[in-house]
Design a binder for this molecule. Sequence first.
Ligand code: COA
Length: 133
Amino acid sequence: MITYETMVQGERFYLLLGPFLISRKVRRELGMAISSDENYRWIVALDGERAVGFGAVELCGEAVQLRHAYVIPEARGQGIYGEMIRRREDLARAAGFTLAQTVAAPASVPALEKHGYAAIGSRGQYTIMEKTL
Ligand SMILES: CC(C)(COP(=O)(O)OP(=O)(O)OC[C@H]1O[C@@H](n2cnc3c(N)ncnc32)[C@H](O)[C@@H]1OP(=O)(O)O)[C@@H](O)C(=O)NCCC(=O)NCCS
């Protein structure tokens, strides 16, 4: 069974996500290095004590930003990313935000459309998408 934890950058964050933070494969798939600061809230998907997915929401500015979503290849296609979208939106709503944006990699555009995001622009191969929460 997959469980989900919300966390900020701290001891447990590094314990669970450390291997991903230094992985060249993950960086290649994400198209960028993972970053975080005090405005970030992280959702970590766990199979027992093993992280199988994660995603951040940056709570600041006019619109929150969904960032750095990743699911390990063997856990894909089970709805983990979808659940992490929902949970990050819930965090944003609870913090009083009404708009979410994301810079979507090609692989995540269909899922984001299904979750109500619409394209508002592009940056190279990435699609800038937005949703009213
Ligand atoms: C993109 C990625 C995060 C998807 O993770 P995943 O857990 O396999 O995705 P899910 O199984 O949750 O699918 C997401 C949703 O999109 C839907 N979906 C998937 N492919 C779809 C398609 N082609 N058309 C319509 N809907 C689709 C799924 O049904 C699911 O819906 P739900 O949320 O209602 O359950 C994963 O492939 C990954 O980590 N890729 C590498 C890193 C990356 O590209 N990150 C995205 C950065 S923006």
